[in-house]
Ligand binder design. Sequence first.
Ligand code: FAD
Length: 360
Amino acid sequence: LKLGNRMPRPKKPSSPKAPQVAIIGAGIAGIACARTLAQAGMHVTVFEKSRGCGGRMSTRRSPFGDFDHGAQYFTMRDPRFEAALATTAGTIKRWSANTVRVMDANGQVLATTGRPNDAHWVPVPGMNALVKAWATPLQDGSIPGCDVKLQTRVTQLEKVNGKWCLQVENGEQQQGFDHVVLAIPSAQAQTLLADSGLMPDWQSKIADVLVDPCWTLMLAYPQASQPGLSHLGPHWNVARSTHHRISWVARESSKPGRSAIERWTVQASPQWSQEHVDDAPDRVIAKLTKAFGEITGIRVTPSHAEVHRWLYAQTRRPLGQPFLHDATQQVSVCGDWCLGNRVENGFISGLELALAIAEA
Ligand code: FAD
């Protein structure tokens, strides 16, 4: 990462005496933090509970093609994010959908939004490709990769002989860390700190952060690929919506580098998601598919419909600073929720924390 004067000079590979850092969470914040610390010569291990890297920048497989069922796209506003993306430039492509219609509940256009210079970018072939690429070393050796332990949920942290010891779900212990970073959603960070009996001075600040849930519906219509039919429904690919159930619909198959089978990703509104957070998936599929038909006019039965519930999707009230750090305990937190609700916020949070740790 070419990050200006503050970036420590790369020292590779890390020496056996290099500080050992454990990072919990392999979303964009955790991997940005890990990659920067590894570049600064530290020995970094990332622990991730899922089967792959990416977190909410994730990709869901289906028999009809993949869906970006978390983040839909990202924008680049900070030059440091742009510089970091340039290191894996082939992984991202511009999505032509940066003019977004605002539709009412009956599918009528209320307004058209979109900043002309705020391009929408997507990793190819799926949203998780960017974080995956950043977890891998650059071929020229200028940026080391990260040691990521997948399917490893951290359940507790404790200090043993002055070093951090991580308890993981299968009962194993991972020990010998000088510093531990929690790069996970705010509510999960709070729980992990509390379960570990840790009470940093800033713990109450995390409680003020608000993050909305989101039900996401994924629909596939292979019947639209029949001869003489290019697509179903509207001629636009993306819309925000004022329908009380739905806030966003996007034609997944319009993104670059994706398969052509007609697929739509539908996000329920924060309010509806909260009200229906404990509903059964089948009920959510039925209600959201009906609302989707009202907005788009697509009323044929999809060949594939599934939902995913994000309990912590997008930040409503952020922390207001890029990270929190306890220098005595050597424990820190970062994540999008520190600064906002966008992919770039996660990157900047992880980066700023890594620079602070490296400088210290
Ligand atoms: P996460 O991506 O949540 O990463 C945290 C990681 O920690 C996860 O991989 C999780 O599995 C892991 N983890 C949690 N607890 C543990 C544990 N105990 N042990 C081990 N691992 C653990 N942003 C945009 O810019 N544009 C958009 O269009 C957009 N749309 C969105 C739509 C939806 C439905 C959602 C959910 C998000 C959207 N976002 C969007 C927000 C964007 O996805 C986030 O800002 C960003 O991905 C957050 O990254 P992060 O690294 O901070 O957290």
